[in-house]
Design a protein around this ligand. Structure first.
Ligand code: TMP
Length: 227
């Protein structure tokens, strides 16, 4: 049985990178998930991220987030670098893992490109959809957890951490457009995008995420879990 692709999305500071390992640990301790592994219905659990889920991707991440050249990075160049990272990531990591029955928990995926390069930078949304299809070969997440948070609140959280990267340095209106992009995507893809209230505390957000994932798990594996 092929695995499942679960993606975390959201604006800067929404808490994805905190919540992803919490979900991983909770799933590994969860009786139903353990049973699925014993039955070989699920082969394992892998966590990864974009950009930077491969060796090539780490180089691209460094460029994308750390570039400080004299000329600003052109939006189309930025778009193509994110797409290159994704193409390598899907080919090298995600597809093989799904093929062997693994659950893949991924920090950002196709919706980030629509939100950031489409709504944020203003690039053509059809072009981005085409490019996403080229990069993924048509692979779409089984479930996308959108950690919904005001851009202003998220940016304030990242400022507390210090050392803002190239994307975080963009102005508030850019990040507000990104947030609007995620909202538009969630309205468009209700079949796979679930909004989570990320303004709550870490434990409350983790509980909400797990309740959603557990619901999907029961639905996807109902025949396995009934035996
Ligand atoms: P993060 O992984 O720490 O969230 O940083 C990744 C940054 O890259 C974040 O600012 C969002 C941005 N990004 C895009 O602009 N487009 C994309 O397609 C992806 C995957 C990320």
């Amino acid at each position: 049985m092929p695995g499942k692709l679960l993606v975390f999305e959201g604006v800067e500071g929404c808490g994805k990178s905190t919540q992803l390992p919490i979900l991983q640990a909770t799933l590994l301790k969860h009786r139903a998930f353990q049973r699925l592994q014993e039955q070989h219905a699920v082969s394992g659990l892998l966590t990864t991220r974009e950009p930077g889920g491969t060796e090539l991707g780490l180089g691209l991440r460094h460029l994308l987030l750390g570039y400080q050249g004299r000329a600003a990075m052109a939006s189309r160049a930025e778009l193509l670098l994110y797409a290159a990272d994704r193409a390598q990531h899907v080919e090298e990591v995600i597809k093989p893992a799904l093929a062997e029955g693994c659950w893949v928990l991924c920090d950002r995926f196709i919706d980030s490109t629509v939100a950031y390069q489409g709504y944020g930078r203003g690039l053509d949304l059809d072009l981005i959809d085409q490019l996403n299809r080229v990069a993924t070969g048509g692979l779409v997440p089984d479930l996308t957890l959108w950690l919904q948070l005001d851009a202003e609140v998220g940016l304030a959280r990242t400022q507390q951490r210090g050392g803002a990267d190239r994307m975080e340095q963009a102005d508030l209106s850019f990040h507000q457009r990104v947030q609007g992009g995620f909202a538009a995507l969630a309205a468009q893809h209700r079949e796979r995008i679930v909004a989570i209230d990320a303004a709550a505390g870490v434990e409350a957000v983790a509980r909400e995420i797990f309740a959603v994932v557990e619901g999907y798990l029961q639905q996807w594996y109902a025949p396995n879990l009934m035996t």
